[in-house]
Design a protein around this ligand. Sequence first.
Ligand code: NAG
Ligand code: NAG
Ligand code: NAG
Length: 276
Amino acid sequence: MFSFSTAFFASTLAAGILASPAAAPSALTKRNTPNSSGTNNGFFYQFWDDGSSGTTTYTNGPAGEYSVNWQNVGDFTAGKGWSQAEPRNISFSGSVNCGGNFYLAVYTWSTQGENYILEDYGTYNPCSGGTSKGSLYSDGSEYQVCLVDRGNNYLQNWSVRQNKRTSGTVTTANHYNYYQSQGMNHNPLSSAVYQIVSTEGYGSSGSADITVSEASPSTSSSASTTSSTSPATTSSSSGTGASQWGQCGGIGWNGPTTCVSPYTCQQINPYYYQCL
Ligand SMILES: *[C@@H]1O[C@H](CO)[C@@H](O)[C@H](O)[C@H]1NC(C)=O
Ligand SMILES: *[C@@H]1O[C@H](CO)[C@@H](O)[C@H](O)[C@H]1NC(C)=O
Ligand SMILES: *[C@@H]1O[C@H](CO)[C@@H](O)[C@H](O)[C@H]1NC(C)=O
């Protein structure tokens, strides 16, 4: 186990931190040099803290587990995952205790921008300050999608889960393919220097304990046809269909292939069919 702790004795948070929902763009560039990163039990981990106030303690646990405690912080990100971003299926479970602002997300970082697939969050919905890019359905919920320009050509792709959760599996390809279909490919995934299940706190205090793993390929017969190349279309599914704007097909898609009335499933590209 490694533990990283930071202590700063600023008496109060700077007013700017309280007013701003996340770090200023200039602070983001500091993520170039995480305060600590490396490999732990086969997982990549990173811990970054803007150092502006408060105390953050990040601790690597067994396998894919980590915990983090924070008090009156400016902004930090921390978590475990992989040093190379890929369209993985990522599982996570645990808990976050925070009455203020936090993000629990599958998070990729590069010098050109960030991507958050946000699974749980506090009081601030980051898409309230972004450009809407519609929504997609994945892993049992609708996600609101938006692009946020943090200035200095620093862009963020966001997927904001409507049904918040602290455990589950994220089929990241559904998000990455959707961003592509919306022309949000300003920032290639290949340029990301890591992909982690991140806990981020900003202007808040709290704690989190999260365990990360890569979901093993599904063993159910319907999910593992190796020869299928044709995308799903609008047919032959029992059960309820996807709602308006929801995904209803595409290469690799394993969710609903019909739409609730009166919407119909339309091809946006081979990877993405949407209920319109
Ligand atoms: C983490 O590193 C950044 C520079 O990358 C620095 O500004 C910040 O103060 C450091 N934080 C801590 C807690 O040491
Ligand atoms: C934004 O989406 C595009 C298209 O999928 C993706 O290539 C890129 O990596 C995303 N941006 C970030 C910062 O992850
Ligand atoms: C991810 O899960 C989906 C089913 O939800 C499956 O079709 C796909 O093959 C999986 N991908 C990987 C890389 O395991």
